[in-house]
Write a protein that binds this ligand. Structure first.
Ligand code: NDP
Length: 326
């Protein structure tokens, strides 16, 4: 028997509870993992509250990430005792996920836990942190260097934002942190932000082109914020867009793209091919300051993940939440 967050949708409302499940209830798959830690990302918040249709079928065990130890495997690449992590691939959406003491998945979806991290640290990073690194690497590929100017991070006090600030500062960028929580200025500066921007400035419809303020940006918010971020990007700069915390729409003009040569780089973590994931995790292992990671992380238990989901969507969680599934 094992415990899991369990989602059912008896009518038009999602119900979440902790269930005791039999191992026989696990779906088919090549690798059975004894999960040690999982985490709560924005998407898990949507799944648990039912606020957006991210769950494709019920009953569902949510959790788009997990870290744990292989218990049984029919995939020759994985042996009992291997410590592995999983991010995305539709787990926690279409396939049972990581907010549980056990998971059974395809061997293709796993990667070895980098030696630099324990399972709790890997989940403090989670999809949010791995996506932050995908964004930073996209800016780098596009040629955004610290010498070209500042880099803006939106949704700064959230999970992706917090990790992105720490990573960019470590690479020598001067980081502007856009947040609605200006009371978190000390927290954001401790992570490496040089300046705080009030997110209200970016949240309303702006002009097609605005003063050129940043050479690059990591946007987790979407909607008017993303449009304004593009409009304020310097000539030849790049915006890595990964999120929709402010909305899925993109009420923009093409002016920044055709008059300033701005590039909009889309970032997807869920189906990112294996080499890109491994490169992101290797760079996280080499670069992420573990003290800064600890400063942005709070640990909770499995049952607490259910109320925390609503807190996360309300923008009241700072940084990252790790879930100790035991
Ligand atoms: P969090 O909830 O931890 O952070 C989101 C942050 O966005 C909040 O902390 C808040 O920051 C800001 N925010 C929230 N609501 C609004 C709003 N209405 N207007 C403007 N800003 C707002 O979520 P995550 O960091 O886990 O994820 C951030 C986004 O990135 C989500 O949309 C998520 O779905 C997406 N994402 C996408 C991935 C991909 O593969 N493309 C992977 C991972 C995440 P503050 O208080 O500082 O203003």
């Amino acid at each position: 028997m094992f415990k899991a967050v369990y989602l059912e949708k008896p009518a038009d409302r999602v119900e979440a509870r902790i269930a005791e499940l039999d191992d026989a209830a696990l779906p088919e798959g090549e690798v059975t993992v004894r999960v040690a830690h999982s985490t709560l990302n924005y998407k898990d918040g949507l799944a648990i509250t039912g606020k957006a249709p991210v769950v494709r079928r019920y009953p569902m065990v949510p959790g788009i990430d997990f870290a744990g130890t292989v218990e049984a495997s029919s995939d020759p690449r994985w042996q009992p005792g291997d410590v592995v992590i999983l991010n995305g691939w539709g787990v926690g959406e279409a396939y049972w996920g990581g907010l549980a003491q056990k998971a059974r998945v395809r061997g293709d979806w796993l990667i070895a836990l980098p030696a630099a991290f324990g399972t709790a640290q890997a989940m403090a990073i989670g999809t949010a942190g791995y996506t932050a690194m995908l964004c930073v690497q996209a800016l780098e590929r596009a040629g955004v260097t610290p010498a070209q100017g500042d880099v803006l991070v939106t949704g700064a006090a959230g999970g992706v934002g917090s990790v992105a600030i720490a990573l960019l500062a470590r690479r020598g960028y001067r980081v502007l942190a856009a947040t609605g929580r200006t009371a978190e200025a000390d927290y954001l500066q401790a992570l490496g932000a040089a300046e705080i921007v009030d997110r209200a400035e970016l949240a309303v419809a702006g002009k097609p082109l605005m003063k050129e303020r940043w050479a690059g940006a990591v946007d987790t918010v979407g909607s008017h914020t993303l449009a304004n971020v593009c409009a304020g990007t310097r000539y030849g700069g790049t915006v890595a867009a990964c999120g929709l915390a402010g909305g899925m729409d993109f009420p923009a003009t093409v002016a920044p793209f055709i008059l300033r040569g701005v590039t909009l780089a889309g970032i997807d973590s869920v189906m990112a091919p294996r080499p890109r994931r491994e490169a992101a995790w290797a760079a996280l292992a080499a670069e992420l300051d573990l003290e800064r990671l600890a400063a942005m992380t709070r640990e909770i238990g499995l049952a607490e993940a259910i109320p925390a989901a609503a807190e996360l969507l309300a923008g009241r969680v700072r940084g990252r939440l790790v879930v100790d599934v035991d």
